[in-house]
Design a protein around this ligand. Structure first.
Ligand code: SAM
Length: 277
């Protein structure tokens, strides 16, 4: 699939989401847009691409952009970031925030919610160390349909079997006729809202910990730099940033720097990690 309609669609997706579609992704575009074309009563994806170029409703434009995003996620994805959160990030923050007794965590590009709920489980499992604290997890994504799934907190057997230990499944999920529902305690801790990373982080406030995982890989280097610069401005001076295992700031942004020995963990440039009390 090539031609002006395809090129226009690639530009549309890039402008609205930052996602880069190269000519080799034509098969992906075709398979993801086919159901949208069918739902619109169009015979082919080529016809849909023409409609998107000539003039489509805002709803259809956004839907076509949304289906190009990959929403793959699972509980405690890659394990290490969540161990780092529990063992390297939270202890010094708990020591440093004894007066405020507040922690703010942002899961940017949270997809279907497994990441923020995993963070909520880690916080709850800190037990007495965070008892009585105000804990806020802001979970954002550009896709409203995926946020609806995330805030419902309902997962099928396959999803709960990916990354969750049987102990955590028993403790934090309740079986319902349609699947496994996250416990209300965890749901209360997470606030979901739409947010596009291209629009910066103004208005979201300052965060002690930011998860921005498995989304930068889809962007070009300039977009990665802009997003990392925005994200770093939303970090507390002693805050931490966790990126995906295939993502790095090296050669992209100097706003944050790697924490030595802890792969995937970053802090604002020029700071040394505070010691835990
Ligand atoms: C592969 S998922 C990552 C989910 C989770 N962070 C994880 O690591 O499991 C990528 C998510 O990024 C979202 N996304 C893509 N571009 C975005 C943008 N410009 N702003 C906000 N979210 C975006 C997609 O909708 C998708 O849900």
């Amino acid at each position: 699939m090539t031609g002006p309609d395809y090129d226009h669609f690639c530009r549309l997706v890039r402008q609205r989401s930052g996602l880069v579609l190269t000519p080799e992704k034509a098969y992906l575009v075709s398979s993801r847009l086919a159901p949208v074309a069918r739902a619109e009563g169009l015979a082919t994806v080529a016809e849909l691409l023409a409609v998107l170029r000539i003039g489509a409703s805002e709803t259809l434009l956004q839907q076509a952009v949304d289906v190009m995003a990959t929403h793959e996620s699972y509980f405690f994805r890659d394990a290490a970031p969540f161990e780092q959160l529990a063992e390297a990030v939270l202890p010094p923050l708990i020591a440093a925030r004894q007066a405020q007794r507040t922690l703010r965590i942002w899961c940017a590009a949270c997809s279907s919610g497994q990441e923020p709920y995993s963070v909520a489980m880690i916080l709850m499992e800190m037990g007495y160390r965070l008892a009585g604290w105000k804990l806020e997890i802001l979970a954002t994504d550009m896709s409203e349909p995926i946020l609806r799934k995330a805030s419902a907190g309902l997962y099928n057997d396959f999803e709960v079997n990916r990354g969750l230990s049987p102990e955590r499944q028993a403790r934090w999920f309740k079986q319902e006729p349609d699947g496994w529902r996250v416990s209300p305690k965890l749901q209360q801790m997470v606030r979901f809202r739409p947010h596009n990373l291209l629009q910066g982080s103004a208005g979201l406030g300052v965060f002690d910990v930011i998860f921005c995982r498995n989304v930068l890989i889809y962007f070009d280097i300039e977009t990665k730099r802009q997003i990392l610069d925005h994200v770093s401005r939303a970090m507390a001076a002693d805050g931490s940033l966790l990126l995906g295992s295939a993502e790095t700031v090296l050669g992209v942004s100097s706003a944050v720097e790697p924490v030595p020995g802890l792969r995937g963990l970053y802090r604002p440039a020029g700071r040394t990690l505070a010691r835990s009390a």
